[in-house]
Design a protein around this ligand. Structure first.
Ligand code: ZN
Length: 427
């Protein structure tokens, strides 16, 4: 699940090898470790989850400690391990692959999770958020549901898969900064070498209570900066108040919101709770002091778009709203984040096969965004599927029912076997 601000990263690089903390300017060959004896001992799923929860991988922090640990845990002679560092090298996406090469048909399966979490600073936590605690039939801790529970299962499904018997490749993709706008996934999309194709089918383990989801809304973040002129409030004729016109703009934005709410698309009905796009005036800042005519007013707007809806149209709508106040002030409109919607074909092998295995009919959509929006731009068919519910994510006492975790393990193992057992299944 994504929330918060997004930014963009550029001039990226892609590195392979074991030195997670080192950013590299060039793409290098994958490193394969032959030192099998040095391999870390296998943990139980619960122990691995406890280790992952123990790393404070809040998006604001580096994810290198948790990434280092996971790389050490999955590396083996039959594993190709790649790292895709952030521009400043403080964070890294991990891609681990085993089994046959995917080739131009891009068969095989990706298990994808994000390693970052939202902060756990709420005073209502009844136990340490970075210590896994089991009570009342659930695991408590930041990230248990969103989404270290799935990550633990995916890491084990990957580690346990026998490369010699895989008929199709199996990949593990663990990203950074999903919670602040899928920056890691976007970075991967921008820097992944085109001559190294990834499997075309992916499960992203967002908490969906083990329902297969093939669609989600996007999240477009727009900033309007209103500029007036500062002056001492005793001499108002020398200044231009930037906050007052914001009131007019807010009314225009409310009208735009209502218009968007009335707009229906055929896909809207797959989001029964909120079958339309949503515009939220989420934050407003302006003014310095009571005796100063404010020079600036900044309005941040989040827009959750339905799959297939055009982001440009909404940006133009905001620009049109701004024309109502332009004259004495200026209003600049800027897109500060763009998580694309996810719309995976119903007939995509991963959707069809997982739904069939689970006995699920029909299609599901959710209102939160994920790494799937960006990853699908690499031609990857993504479904969301994972244990836990989004209802408890981003809240104090985040939890994951133990029985769901256990069921997810069995289902994931079964699906990986089924999907990577023959190339035909994963095409
Ligand atoms: Zn998530």
């Amino acid at each position: 699940m994504v929330r918060g601000e997004a930014g963009t990263e550029r001039d990226g690089s892609f590195a392979a090898g074991t030195a997670v903390s080192a950013a590299s300017d060039e793409v290098s060959a994958p490193e394969r470790r032959d030192d099998a004896a040095a391999r870390q001992a296998m943990l139980t799923d619960e122990q691995l989850l406890a280790r992952l929860i123990g790393f404070d991988s809040t998006s604001a922090r580096s994810n290198l400690p948790i990434a280092d640990f996971i790389c050490g845990y999955v590396e083996a002679p039959d594993v190709a391990l790649f790292r895709s560092p952030s521009a400043d090298g403080s964070k890294v996406n991990i891609v681990a692959v085993k089994g046959p090469a995917t080739g131009p048909s891009r068969y095989g399966l990706i298990l994808c999770g994000h390693l970052d979490t939202v902060p756990a600073t709420e005073p209502e936590w009844t136990s340490d958020p970075f210590t896994l605690v089991e009570r009342d039939g659930a695991y408590f801790g930041r990230g248990t549901a969103d989404m270290k529970g799935f990550c633990a299962l995916a890491i084990h499904a990957f580690r346990e898969a026998d490369a010699a018997t895989l008929a199709a490749p199996l990949a593990l993709l663990l990203t950074y900064d999903e919670e602040v706008g899928s920056l890691g996934a976007r970075r991967l999309v921008d820097t992944w070498p085109p001559d190294r194709p990834l499997p075309r089918q992916a499960i992203i383990g967002e908490p969906t209570s083990l329902e297969v989801v093939r669609m989600h809304k996007g999240h477009l973040k727009i900033r309007v900066t209103i500029r007036g002129r500062a002056a001492h409030s005793g001499s108002p004729h020398l200044g231009v108040n930037a906050i007052e016109p914001a009131g007019v703009l807010l009314r225009e934005l409310a009208a735009l919101r209502e218009r968007l709410e009335r707009e229906r698309t055929p896909l809207g009905e797959l989001f029964p709770d909120v079958p339309h796009s949503v515009l939220t005036v989420a934050r407003i800042r302006g003014g310095e002091a009571l005796n100063v005519i404010p020079e600036l007013c900044v309005i941040d707007i989040g827009v959750r778009l339905l799959p297939g809806q055009d982001a440009r149209g909404v940006v133009e709508g905001v620009q049109a709203a701004c024309r109502a106040i332009e004259g004495s002030v200026t209003a600049d409109v800027e897109v500060v984040g763009d998580n694309p919607p996810l719309l995976t074909d119903e007939a995509a092998p991963v959707h069809r096969s997982l739904s069939e295995m689970l006995g699920q009919s029909g299609s599901r959509g959710v209102s939160f965004a994920s790494d799937g929006g960006w990853l699908s731009t690499l031609g990857i068919d993504c479904v969301l599927w994972g244990p836990g519910t989004i209802e408890v994510a981003h809240k104090p006492d985040e939890r994951l029912p133990v029985d769901e975790f256990v069921r997810a393990r069995e289902l994931l193992k079964r699906f990986v076997r089924r999907f990577t057992g023959s190339p035909e299944d994963s095409l």
